[in-house]
Design a protein around this ligand. Structure first.
Ligand code: ATP
Ligand code: MG
Ligand code: FE
Length: 347
């Protein structure tokens, strides 16, 4: 099927066309520059930007793929999770397009889309795999038997997302927003073992609940530990070893992400880990995942970074899988769900 995918869950307006598992085009407009001066995403600014960017983005996508709207077999749109004001713009646009062309509409789960997009890059998924979706808004582990119909949530973050923790530590270190890439670069100049920061949800009071939290994450305690460490230097009037702090912090985040993901693979008999979401750009995560997965004979699949950040291709990819599964289309009053559960691949 030829599927038009629309993504507007956060600050990126994405439109893409996918035929089967083949990506025809993927166009993204971002309002991040407008948010940067506020030091965070401003929902009203984001939804307004989607309104302005949608039609030009759609036109560009159709033009680049040399496709007429009438040729599209189905319209797929992110229904959640995300910012309600942003989701609403994409869903309204998708409904209008589906109604005017008489094509079926599919409301799609954004987080599952982050995993699904890898099929466009690395080909069909194995029968069962684990996916780690990690970004500024999400940190989730999924067990996938069928990307269209069989997704289970193994765990997720109980507080901050990994990217969010990096942005907060970036702020503590006086780096520009979003801090993630800056902290990553700084970390590469530091010594990863110079400072050992805590690994969230392991040891201490969590030791007795190890099984309960096996696949969950927590990064807010780690962020607080970094803040306390930096305060110590401030109190003593000493210069902060910023690169070592960044490296120790990055090591803690990468260590828990990789350890839990590979444990999930081992315990669920999977030899494939699919990583997605904008935090997949993190260099230490990539290194450590490659290193430890190789030791265990597990294949790590990570799409190029432009398909890891929010985009339309991920929604078209999952939409295409859902259409191929024979699932019934969504109703025209699909709700936007800011907290859509991961098991709900489509609404
Ligand atoms: P979502 O809606 O999926 O949560 P988002 O816009 O919050 O989307 P992405 O755009 O997918 O997140 O990813 C951006 C996040 O990843 C930001 O928090 C950013 O700081 C972080 N990030 C990006 N590159 C790196 C990196 N190299 N190292 C660490 N963090 C990074
Ligand atoms: Mg983003
Ligand atoms: Fe996302």
């Amino acid at each position: 099927p030829l599927v038009l995918g629309i993504e507007t869950s956060c600050d990126e307006t994405g439109v893409a066309l996918v035929r089967g598992r083949e990506l025809l085009t993927d166009v993204t407009a971002s309002s991040m520059d407008e948010h940067a001066r506020y030091g965070g995403i401003v929902p009203e600014v984001a939804s307004r930007a989607h309104l302005e960017a949608f039609l030009p983005t759609l036109d560009t996508a159709l033009e680049r793929a040399d496709v007429d709207l009438a040729e599209v077999d189905a319209v797929a749109v992110t229904a959640g999770p995300g910012l309600v004001g942003s989701l609403t713009v994409g869903v309204a646009a998708a409904k209008a397009l589906a109604l005017s062309t008489g094509k079926p509409l599919y409301g799609i789960n954004h987080v599952v889309g982050h995993a699904a997009v890898d099929e466009l890059v690395h080909g069909p998924f194995p029968e069962r795999f684990v996916s780690l979706v990690v970004s500024g808004g999400h940190t989730s582990l999924l067990l996938v038997d069928d990307i269209a119909t069989g997704v289970r949530e193994l765990g997720q973050t109980l507080d901050d997302a990994a990217g969010e923790a990096f942005d907060k530590v970036g702020r503590l270190l006086g780096l520009p927003y979003p801090g993630g890439p800056h902290v990553d670069r700084l970390a590469q100049q530091g010594e990863k073992d110079a400072i050992r920061f805590p690994r969230g949800l392991t040891g201490g009071k969590y030791a007795k609940d190890a099984a309960k939290y096996a696949y969950d994450f927590s990064f807010s305690g780690l962020k607080t530990a970094v803040a306390r460490y930096l305060e110590g230097y401030e109190d003593r009037g000493e210069e902060v070893p910023a690169a070592d702090v960044a490296a120790g912090f990055s090591e803690s985040v990468a260590d828990v992400l990789v350890t839990k993901s590979l444990d999930a693979c081992a315990r669920n008999d999977c030899d494939t880990l699919v990583v997605g979401g904008g935090f997949s750009a993190n260099s230490r995560l990539r290194e450590l995942a490659a290193e430890r997965a190789a030791e265990r004979g597990i294949t790590v699949r990570i799409p190029p970074i432009r398909y890891c950040t929010d985009n339309g291709a991920m929604i078209a990819a999952l939409g295409s899988a859902v259409v191929r599964s024979g699932a019934a289309p969504s109703s025209f009053d699909i709700p936007t769900d800011s907290a859509m559960p991961l098991e709900t691949v489509r609404v």
